[in-house]
Design a protein around this ligand. Structure first.
Ligand SMILES: [Ca+2]
Ligand SMILES: [Ca+2]
Ligand SMILES: [Ca+2]
Length: 268
């Protein structure tokens, strides 16, 4: 009787997946899913958490942000070829991804933001990964963005709404090609890497003033703001291009890790 029940359940499960696969509206989506299935984690809801690696939120953006994902997609987004599998296109039509706030995303004392970008154009103040959604930036905690066109900036905002930020001075990031961006911070340093290497020419500001290390560093604020990808705040300061492999860590990636992550995909 038990065996029969299990068999019936298996048939029911198979029947369900077959009916999904032949659903006319879903045909192309199902086929795409099948192609990328081998790279997906079992039960992946589009947001990876890996305590051993210190990953508090990882998005491979392999066509895996559906209604079951905690990450919500807004605007006219498209899945396009990524640096690894597929990626999401943000082309100035109001697209963004919003991952709701959670204690794990409140990276106050230390953390790392890692992402691959393929800019179509280098737009000033374009948000890439931005914690906070309020239009007056009152809930901003950390933000990886373009500052001047093509210059990467990473900003930590503390409880007093004072910002510490680092800006790359190494010239514009070329458009129409993939770049690996990593920003990390602890209570003494803000680290910035482009394409696997530390940014050597940079400007550091503390509370709005050009500063030198060590800086009087205050933790990023613990706010209720969600994590925005592809825009600083909804509908403003939008990134123009493709974003892939967004990973947030609750620890500081070291230079060797950053370099190996870059080389693993850049050499393909
Ligand atoms: Ca991907
Ligand atoms: Ca679009
Ligand atoms: Ca929070």
């Amino acid at each position: 009787m038990k065996t029969l029940l299990i068999t019936l359940m298996l048939i029911a499960a198979l029947g369900f997946s077959v009916s999904c696969a032949v659903n006319v509206d879903g045909v192309s989506v199902m086929q795409d899913d099948a192609e990328s299935e081998e790279t997906e984690t079992q039960g992946d809801d589009g947001v990876i958490v890996d305590e051993e690696e210190g990953i508090v939120a990882g998005m491979t953006l392999d066509e895996n942000l559906d209604e079951n994902s905690p990450a919500e997609v807004f605007g006219d987004t498209q899945w396009v070829d990524g640096i690894d599998g597929t990626a999401m296109e943000f082309d100035q039509e109001g697209e963004y991804i919003l991952l709701p706030d959670s204690p794990e995303l409140d990276l106050t004392d230390q953390g790392t933001v890692e992402v691959w970008v393929y800019p179509y154009t280098n737009i000033s103040a374009a948000g890439i990964v931005h914690k906070g959604t309020e239009l007056d930036y009152s809930d901003e905690a950390y933000s990886l963005q373009y500052n001047n066109p093509g210059q990467v900036a990473f900003i930590i905002t503390n409880n007093d709404h004072k910002a510490t930020y680092v800006i790359s001075n190494d010239g514009e990031i070329a458009t129409e090609e993939w770049h690996h961006l990593v920003a990390a911070w602890d209570m003494t340093e803000v680290y910035l890497y482009i394409d696997g290497a530390p940014v050597t020419s940079r400007s550091i500001y503390s509370n709005g003033w050009l500063s030198e290390l060590p800086i009087d560093f205050a933790p990023a604020q613990d706010s209720d703001g969600g994590l925005m990808i592809g825009s600083q705040i909804p509908f403003s300061y939008r990134f123009d291009g493709i974003i892939d492999n967004v990973f947030l860590y609750d620890r500081v990636l070291d230079a060797d890790e950053v370099s190996s992550h870059y080389n693993a995909l850049a050499s393909q």
